[in-house]
Design a protein around this ligand. Structure first.
Ligand code: F6R
Length: 612
């Protein structure tokens, strides 16, 4: 959701900015723009993709060693040329790019209009741009000070970069809520909304904190202060990411690459944490909070989308293994309720990006009530990773495809380790069973690899059903979240309507939908409620529904009833989500490709949802 890139240094800015915008395309956007300063400050912007912007500037003067660039995901105002960023201030003296939402923009705009400002767009961003100019003119302050004063008047979330037509050496950057990273090269600086546009130039970065403003000047040290005018010392960190992780590596789409990375990404999530041979689990990130976990009266998991589905698997795991009550909450609902939270509660916040606005707000709410917050994040240094008391990184590597795949299985892997560790600490699991589960968990990456081999069957099913309008996904127990996740994957990338349901709930409503046109995907692996799920399949068949079943290798009973079956290797019931999700990801992928959809950047979706 919205991407920021900026550069100042000895190199030409345009190629760096355009490449950076392409690296940020995965976040989702609907317009793109760039501002460059040479003899004058020029802005080029257009609705559509970065490739449209490249066409637009084909014959333009693109010289300049300082510039800012942006991909916009529309919030205030439709995605058109006027609303695209950067925005000029009224006198065209400054240009600004912005991620986030200025909530009090309407009153600020009214005030500025009364002072003669005329707006070219319907964005909150142009309001902020003119506010900064107005402060500069009326208070006679420099750009840094004008930005700082303006941000004190702003309610909402922002990551901004500002440049001025009369200063070829300076960028001002600031953030609250939306992320911003500053890359420090030799005599040059890069600014971006995440590290992906920076990594090929430098590994040294500073993550701006909330309400910090950075003064970034050519050939000068980086200066940071808060919007309340307190100086801060920049904390330089080294990025662990490498460039290969940001390329497609021979795959047609990032999503396919990421699906195939899962044997490794799950392994990476467990590396150094799972020691099956020693009968031990070490979770360094939350070591200091183990006693709090033992004493907790309940765990509340907050997350959105796919991460929420992982949380649901977590609920089953924690209750099953560690015998502790768990609630899984949509962060967006939790934050606006009056939830009952006490100091003994543990909140687990799950987020791939670590930037999801609703999840961040849910954390702040729980924190204000004294709860302990543990994070499960993929993006190192992300906002959620930083605001939680402690946490565990999933280490799945960058996820570029908008539809989450490897992040989900890594989140489930980490939750599994947490639940097992807590069970061990609380003594709710016999040692022999614990060791047995650890040994099986160690085999999961290999079993994911085997699961990935069953592509032919999935392709055949995709071909058969690519044109249907509805899908139903059913599962029970640990497979219920898998059904939800399978349905979400299909709808977000192929635009086919799909619903996930607990299998037994079908007869309370969705059964009315079933006819010979309706494919029903049933996760029918051989443990837990297997017999019950077989009855549910019979109910579908009795109404002439078409059943696509995910079954355990060697299964005969379901095979005899279902129209299509996809086998996955045998494993413990609680580890089935790590395997059963894989063919559902592939089914969605192939259907979306066959329908000609933009798999990696589905319409209307953003990779990190930094607005509520
Ligand atoms: C689905 C998907 C979204 C995200 C959700 C939360 O494929 O990607 O549903 O899971 O927006 O995002 P994170 O995990 O970054 O908080």
């Amino acid at each position: 959701m919205c991407g920021i890139v900026a550069y100042v240094g000895p190199q030409q800015a345009y190629p760096i900015l355009i490449k950076g915008l392409k690296r940020l395309e995965y976040r989702g956007y609907d317009s793109a723009g760039i501002a460059l300063l040479n003899s004058k400050l020029n802005i080029f912007k257009t609705k559509g993709k970065v490739s449209e912007l490249e066409k637009l500037v084909k014959d333009a003067d693109l010289r300049g060693t300082i510039g800012i660039a942006h991909t916009r995901w529309a919030t205030h105002g439709e995605p058109n040329n006027e609303n695209a960023h950067p925005h000029f201030s009224q006198s065209k003296s400054i240009a600004l790019i912005h991620n986030g939402i200025i909530e009090n923009y309407a009153s600020l705009r009214k005030e500025l209009e009364s002072r003669g400002y005329v707006f070219q767009s319907s964005t909150d961003t142009e309001v902020l741009t003119n506010l900064i100019e107005d402060i500069q003119i009326n208070e006679g302050v420099d750009l840094l000070e004008a930005v700082r004063i303006a941000l004190n008047q702003v309610i909402g979330a922002y990551a901004i970069v500002v440049m001025s037509h009369d200063d070829n050496d300076t960028l001002i950057a600031a953030r609250k809520g939306s992320p911003l990273v500053i890359g420090i090269g030799i005599d040059e600086y890069f600014v971006a909304s995440d590290a992906s546009p920076i990594i090929e130039y430098t590994k040294n970065v500073v993550y701006l904190d909330n309400e910090e403003v950075a003064l970034i000047r050519r050939n000068k040290d980086l200066k940071i202060k808060t919007i309340r005018n307190k100086d801060k010392t920049p904390y330089i960190q080294e990025l662990e990411m490498n460039l290969d992780a940001l390329e497609k590596g021979g795959y047609e789409h990032f999503m396919l690459k990421e699906i195939h990375e899962q044997p490794h990404s799950i392994q990476d999530s467990m590396r150094g944490r799972l020691h099956a041979e020693l009968g031990a689990i070490t979770l360094g990130g939350i070591l200091d909070y183990e006693q709090k976990l033992i004493n907790a009266s309940k765990i509340t998991i907050v997350a959105c989308g796919t991460s929420w589905h992982a949380g649901l698997v977590g609920e089953y795991l924690f209750e099953d293994l560690a015998r502790i009550p768990v609630e899984v909450e949509y962060a967006s609902e939790f934050r606006y309720r009056n939830p009952i939270i006490c100091e003994k509660d543990i909140i687990i916040a799950i987020s791939q990006s670590g930037e999801t606005a609703d999840t961040l707000a849910a954390i702040e709410l729980a924190k204000s009530k004294g709860a302990t917050i543990l994070g499960i994040c993929n993006v190192v240094g992300s906002s959620i990773a930083r605001v939680t008391h402690a946490g565990i990184y999933t280490h799945a590597g960058p996820e570029i495809g908008v539809a989450s795949t490897k992040a989900f299985t890594s989140q489930v892997a980490v939750l599994t380790l947490m639940a097992l560790r807590l069970a061990q600490l609380k003594g709710t699991i016999p040692k022999t069973r614990f060791n047995q589960l650890l040994n099986e968990l160690e085999l999961i990456p290999e079993k994911v690899q085997q699961t990935l081999k069953g592509s032919k069957k999935v392709l055949e099913i995709a071909e058969k059903f690519k044109d249907v309008r509805n899908f139903l996904y059913l599962g029970r127990g640990y497979n219920f979240p898998v059904a939800l996740e399978g349905a979400l994957k299909l709808k977000e990338i192929s635009y086919i309507h799909a619903e996930g349901y607990p299998a037994a709930e079908m007869k309370h409503g969705p059964i009315a939908l079933i006819d010979e046109q309706m494919p029903v995907v049933v996760i029918a692996t051989n443990k837990g409620t297997y017999e019950k799920v077989i009855s549910n399949i019979q109910e579908v068949k009795a109404r002439k529904g078409v059943v696509i079943a995910i079954v355990t290798e060697g299964d005969l009973a379901v095979k005899g009833m279902a129209d299509y079956t996809i086998e996955i290797p045998e494993t413990e019931e609680m580890f089935v989500p790590l395997l059963a999700t894989i063919p559902l990801q592939k089914l969605s992928y192939h259907i979306a490709v066959m329908r000609g959809c933009n798999v990696d950047q589905p319409r209307n979706l953003a990779k990190s949802v930094t607005v509520e």
